[in-house]
Write a protein that binds this ligand. Structure first.
Ligand code: AHR
Length: 500
């Protein structure tokens, strides 16, 4: 059997675990909001119409922050449509997803939902069809304590200040599909002026400029450089978005997706630091990886459905995930944690139904997709400092990324508690992994969990919701400061140890 080793030392740290790494995303798209998190009349609905089964799963998922309300949706959205008495809210065309938006759920409901879910809101602004004034209005409505028309309006709607700290200055404005698509200079100027004005209201806001909508965009690199040249002094973070799929059946490359994510993050960090050097600035820009996931299907599915039909909350990209997808999602989280020195926020896109870890049926059950498990377990176990690991692994050959390490891992350490997360990306067979933990003093194995199945395409369904779950990993041995485990082919593993 192949073997791999990981050596770690609690003194060799990358950065503290950032709770905002465990964010997700709620967009007005398909059934993420309507019949996803919100469904008045559902058997589990609370007094606000929020599905309690989904709220419970959201808490179990360990979500820290939720980006809202889009996504492409936000670039044509009027936030005022979603506040105040429901009966007076307008119905609008949503051009991004070719649907009808009823505005039954809006900002006021979202903030109430966040409080119930125990998550921080991350608000995206419309910089597609709108600009500085509308951003200021939304900020005033949301955060100003009172005594102005907009803050008093919020009070009339029965709400105290929302205290929203994190703001996205638009969404994917480099994409020709975006309503209000812009050149880097057009967008950079608008983002800078919006940020400058918002800071006149509150200098401590945390602001995210849009990076490229993927590293495959023709302007990738140039877009980040030009946007940051305009915005560097006014923003805190630049966004990254990445979706990985296995549409071409190249499973080896798909399993190597985290290699691409590593490279993506490193490239954007290098570009941001280059602009910082040009500007002779000591400031460092963070990464807001505010959309990431596995997503099957090409982008044309964004506007599927006959062009003459405009429906309310139609089914859109309700991808059914399998074990292989769960391993990739777990590995992408390993990559994000490994970059905790620069990744300030990360949002798994999305939360419910739309390429989501949680699936629901209208009037029916809610269940966990296989991808739910690595996310929930990593969020629960990762704490303290992210450690810098030395990994020695056999390689696998991939068409897209060349030879890559079969075993990829990250570890966190928090006052005697050690967590190790590892994947075996080989399709060929198991790998024996030895983790040298002698310098941690850990002596007790608290948990050893694996996501794996003999059928790598196994999924969960409404009828069989727990076909794929995280199961105890057998055969874990700890002796002389060395932890030995066997990682099955195509698997994600989490270990938690303590000094007790
Ligand atoms: O998450 C789905 C969509 O993917 C978002 O609306 C958009 O920002 C991205 O292209």
């Amino acid at each position: 059997m192949s073997t791999a080793t990981v050596t770690l030392d609690p003194a060799f740290t990358i950065a503290p675990v950032n709770r905002r790494t465990f964010g997700t995303f709620v967009e007005h798209m398909g059934r993420c909001v309507y019949t996803g998190i919100y469904e008045p009349g559902h058997a589990t609905a609370d007094e606000d119409g929020f599905r309690k089964d989904v709220l419970e799963l959201t808490r179990e998922l360990g979500v820290s922050v939720v980006r809202y309300p889009g996504g492409n949706f936000v670039s044509g959205y009027r936030w005022e449509d979603g506040v105040g008495p429901r009966a007076e809210r307008p119905r609008r065309l949503d051009l991004a997803w070719h649907s009808v938006e009823t505005n039954e759920f809006g900002l006021d409901e979202f903030i109430r939902w966040c409080a119930k879910a125990g998550v921080e809101p991350m608000m995206a602004l419309n910089l597609g069809t709108r600009g500085v004034q509308e951003a200021l209005d939304l900020l005033e409505y949301s955060n100003h304590p009172g005594g102005t028309t907009l803050s008093d309006l919020r009070e009339q709607h029965g709400a105290s200040p929302y205290g929203i700290r994190l703001w996205c200055l638009g969404n994917e404005l480099d994409g020709p599909w975006q309503v209000g698509h812009k050149t880097p200079t057009e967008y950079g100027r608008l983002a800078a002026e919006t940020a400058r004005a918002m800071r006149m209201v509150d200098p401590d806001l945390q602001l995210v400029a849009c990076g490229s909508s993927s590293s495959r965009m023709p302007l990738f690199g140039t877009w980040e450089r030009e946007v940051l040249r305009e915005t560097y002094d006014h923003v805190d973070h630049i966004s990254c978005h990445a979706y990985y799929g296995n549409d071409d059946g190249d499973t080896a490359s798909f399993l190597g997706s985290a290699v691409d994510m590593d490279h993506f993050i490193d490239s954007v960090v290098a570009t941001a630091d280059h602009v910082g050097a040009e500007l002779k600035s000591g400031k460092r820009i963070g990464i807001s990886f505010d959309e990431w996931n596995v997503w099957y299907g090409d982008r044309s599915r964004r506007t599927d459905g006959p062009a003459d039909q405009w429906e309310v909350a139609p089914r859109r990209i309700e991808d059914e995930y399998d074990v292989t997808d769960a391993v990739v999602v777990g590995n992408l989280l390993i990559s994000l944690l490994r970059h905790s020195d620069r990744v300030a926020v990360a949002c798994l896109a999305q939360l419910a139904n739309v390429i989501a870890p949680i699936r629901t049926e209208p009037g029916g059950p809610a269940w966990r997709q296989p991808t739910f498990h690595p996310f929930a377990i990593t969020s629960r176990l990762a704490s303290g400092q992210v450690l810098r690991l030395e990994t020695d692994s056999p390689t696998v050959t991939t068409a897209k990324y060349g030879d890559i390490a079969a075993v990829d891992a990250v570890a966190t350490y928090d006052e005697g508690r050690l967590a190790v997360f590892a994947v075996n990306r080989s399709t060929e067979g198991p790998i024996d992994l030895t983790v040298d933990i002698s310098r941690t003093g850990a002596t007790t194995i608290e948990e050893a969990l694996v996501v794996h199945d003999e059928d790598r395409l196994a999924t969960n369904t409404a009828g069989e919701p727990d076909r794929v779950t995280a199961r105890p990993l057998d055969g874990v041995r700890l002796a002389d400061g060395k932890l030995t485990i066997t990682l099955p082919a195509i698997s994600w593993t989490a270990l938690s140890l303590s000094t007790q």
